[in-house]
Ligand binder design. Structure first.
Ligand code: C2E
Ligand code: MG
Ligand code: MG
Length: 503
């Protein structure tokens, strides 16, 4: 082998070795790369998993967040919406009113009308809550129609209370015309289920800015106006003015005076005779309260009974009259007097179980013969809760007391309740007697009440008999008894005893 061949051989060997080394190195590198790649893949997988997890969590959170936003929106909506009528409720109304006040132009006017259904409780009580709800929906439908035809806003602000905000008027007279129109529209007969009935509403009205510029003052004044609309006999509207504020103050003062007069025993019971029309004999007396005022002299009940009734003072006052009447009756009974004493019960007294317990206690405690005591209630008092009235009157009758229905003919005069009420006597209201000689309808009403009483075995008394022609008419239609100035005005005890002796 020559050098060249040796050289080539060495070169080849070196190259082979290098090749082997390269192959090994390459294998190693490849191996490492594969390991790295696997590691990378592994890392990638882990990262992806972590990412997916995060993404899922984010998705759940986003969904929850959207749900919360939706429920918040729903809550906001329902918090501001009345569930029955779908109208804005008081909360929403207040917000809206504030907004209207903020956006009001300097020469702008707003009319706020607060409406209340008169005697709505009667519908619920007599026909049930379904009819009550349907009535509210029908009132809502009519009001909605009214506001849609105008630039107006409507809300249900209480059980049977609605508020309307009106903008399209330029003077008070125009607003008044709209209120009249609205109240008349609400008076059309209601057909709910198979029933047809009439409704009336009372409204308080405030003009902004004249009667207030902030939400609190406006609400207070419109409430007051509505209160006066109700107090003045319902089915009407009253615009707020300062005199209402004054009359509230006067009323509060009168309440304080009445409270003090009860403490000072400044009340006195007078007695007005009730006469047998056939024999002219005095059969009994009605106890009528008078206030001996230190400055104003003797004050008649119409000036203080309504206020006392409103603030609850009628309860102690009524108890005073009953106790006084029973004490005097006991004394007269012991002296051999056979006359009956009739005492008026107020609506508050009659409705309150505790007061009625007191009434029964006074009757027992004073030791009277209850046969000579009569209690007078009005039709409206009895009708408010017929079952309660029947129950309470039965308890009184068990004591031996008799019951008269006062002012008969001025309330509902439903034959159905009259049949069920355990009463002994009907008192024909004075208003029918006033024109009984001239007014043919009044004559017929009086005759009908007498016939009705006779059919039901009840005694009839005519109130407010002022002249003998009226008494003759009553005799001709077989009325049992009469009470009135013809015989005597209400008298102090001493004069009453004198009257008994001379008659
Ligand atoms: P009432 O129970 O219907 O009493 C009859 C009223 O008519 C009495 O008025 C009586 O004075 C009046 N009157 C009777 N005859 C005539 C008449 O011929 N002409 C005229 N113009 N009036 C006549 P008074 O005493 O002013 O009482 C008014 C009402 O006040 C009573 O009406 C009764 O509802 C209520 N009242 C009186 N005293 C009491 C009481 O002690 N408790 C309660 N809760 N109410 C009472
Ligand atoms: Mg009476
Ligand atoms: Mg009467």
């Amino acid at each position: 082998m020559d050098y060249l061949q040796m050289f080539i051989c060495i070169i080849l060997t070196v190259l082979s070795v290098l090749l082997v080394v390269c192959i090994i190195q390459n294998y190693r590198i490849q191996n490492k790369m594969q390991t790295n790649e696997e590691e990378l893949l592994d890392n990638y997988r882990r990262l992806k998993e972590a990412y997916d997890k995060e993404a899922e969590e984010k998705r759940v959170l986003t969904e929850r967040c959207e749900e919360l936003i939706r429920s918040k929106e729903h809550m906001q909506k329902t918090a501001g919406t009345d569930y029955l009528t779908g109208l804005p409720n008081r909360f929403e109304y207040t917000e809206h009113l504030k907004e209207e006040l903020r956006d009001m132009k300097s020469d702008g006017l707003l009319g706020i009308i607060d409406l209340d259904i008169d005697n709505f409780r009667n519908i619920n009580d007599s026909y049930g809550h379904f009819y009550g709800d349907q009535t509210l929906c029908e009132v809502t439908r009519r009001l909605t129609r009214f506001v849609l035809e105008r630039d107006a806003y409507l809300a249900r602000v209480g059980g049977d209370g609605f508020s309307v905000i009106l903008k399209d008027f330029s003077e008070r007279a125009e607003l008044e015309a709209q209120v009249v129109q609205l109240l008349n529209y609400l008076k059309d007969p209601y057909h709910i289920g198979e029933r047809e009935f009439m409704l009336t509403l009372s409204a308080g009205v405030v003009v902004v800015p004249t009667d207030g510029t902030n939400e609190q003052t406006i609400t207070k004044n419109v409430d007051m106006a509505k209160f006066f609309a109700k107090a003045s006999g319902k089915d009407t509207y009253i615009f707020y003015d300062d005199s209402l504020d004054r009359s509230v103050t006067e009323k509060l003062e009168l309440q304080t005076e009445v409270r003090k007069a009860i403490e000072d025993e400044a009340f006195e019971v007078y007695f007005q005779p009730q006469i047998d029309l056939a024999t002219e004999e005095t059969l009994g007396f009605e106890a009528l309260v008078r206030w001996n005022h230190p400055e104003r002299g003797v004050i008649v009940p119409s000036e203080f009974i309504p206020v006392a009734e409103e603030c609850g003072l009628i309860v102690p006052l009524g108890e005073f009259v009953l106790r006084e009447s029973c004490k005097k009756l006991k004394k007269w009974q012991d002296e051999g007097c056979r006359q009956v004493v009739a005492v008026n019960l107020s609506a508050r007294q009659f409705k309150d179980r505790e007061s009625m317990d007191n009434v029964m206690r006074i009757i027992r405690e004073t030791g009277i013969n209850p046969k000579q005591l009569e209690l007078e209630i009005t039709e409206t008092m009895a009708l408010d809760d017929l079952d309660y009235a029947i129950n309470t009157l039965q308890k009184l009758k068990q004591l031996g007391v008799s019951i008269a229905l006062d002012d008969f003919g001025t309330g509902y005069s439903s034959l159905n309740y009259l049949k069920r009420l355990p009463v002994n006597q009907l008192k024909i209201d004075k208003s029918f007697m006033d024109n009984v000689l001239e007014d043919h309808s009044d004559q017929k009403i009086v005759e009908t009440i007498i016939a009705l009483a006779q059919a039901l075995n009840l005694v009839v008394v005519a109130e407010g008999v002022e002249n003998s022609a009226q008494a003759d008419f009553l005799k001709s239609v077989s009325c049992d008894k009469a009470q009135g100035y013809l015989y005597s005005k209400p008298l102090r005890e001493k004069d009453m005893l004198g009257f008994l002796q001379t008659n």
